[in-house]
Ligand binder design. Sequence first.
Ligand SMILES: *Cc1c(COP(=O)(O)O)cnc(C)c1O
Length: 336
Amino acid sequence: MIDFRSDTVTMPTEAMRKAMATAEVGDDVYGDDPTVNRLEALAAEMYGFDGALFTSSGTQANLLALMSHCERGDEYICGQQAHNYKFEGGGAAVLGSIQPQPLNNQDDGSILLSDIKGAIKPDDVHFANTRLVSLENTIGGKVLPQSYIAEAQQLAFNHGLKIHLDGARVANAAVAQNIAISEITQYFDSVSICLSKGLCAPVGSILLGDERLIGKARRWRKMLGGGMRQAGILAAAASLAITDQVERLAIDHDNAGYLAEQLSMLTEFRVDLAQVQTNMVFAHVNDGVDISSLAVKLKQSGILISSGSTLRLVTHADISRADIDTFIGELKRYLK
Ligand SMILES: *Cc1c(COP(=O)(O)O)cnc(C)c1O
């Protein structure tokens, strides 16, 4: 199958499978798993934080961050399109009694600083306590400008707020700008990073923060049922995601650019090429083209796409240039 639905579908590499098979393990709830401990130390060191926590998913890492920064009755400011507002089942509200304050995302994925400033509540019994600003990078495949992030950090600091990054794909953001991941993470009090997307680990995310935050998050993780035992089997693959898979993302970005160009040559689709900055391609589809029936047909040719009102295609380690040519060929055939 050629699977464009997401970069979450990537298979673990051969090196990951070998590392998993031979990983030295222990009971991580006792802090005894050397492979998990090495992963957490490595991530903290590489990304410039005191501590790191290996979590079962990105959703869990974001939830732990929100619950560790905020108390019951606090609120976090985020984008309307933020994963940790829109796509995580309302977890912060359900499990943390934390209120989201979503604000419009601009076309480039940012939230206007004036909107953030305007949404910070004064200290008044009528209001929830504004505690945290949460940004996302990449967001919808787009990279937040470094200058914007620096200004957002300053704004949060000036108002006594903490600032979190949902960095599920922060490695893509770094590679696209040819900078180190730590150059992005330096602006944040906490960061979550998915290792199971473009970086190919089978399972797991990392939460970064200071010792106090990571200590709180470790407690919440256990309460939420996320205390894993011989988790070194997973951490062994996750370590290779960090050390061996980041540079390779440049290929996914090139492939996304190529895919976007090929699609834009078909009259049925409109693609804003300037918006294709990493591994995601969004195409507007002309009236009269039904994506869900296209998806059914393409599946018969071994190609998987998500159906929705716009077409979202994601490139990753298991999609080659030749796969893209196959897809475009089949697409042309079915559109005829
Ligand atoms: C995928 C994703 C998450 C959540 O990751 P899961 O591991 O699927 O829970 C969080 N934020 C963003 C931006 C994501 O793309």
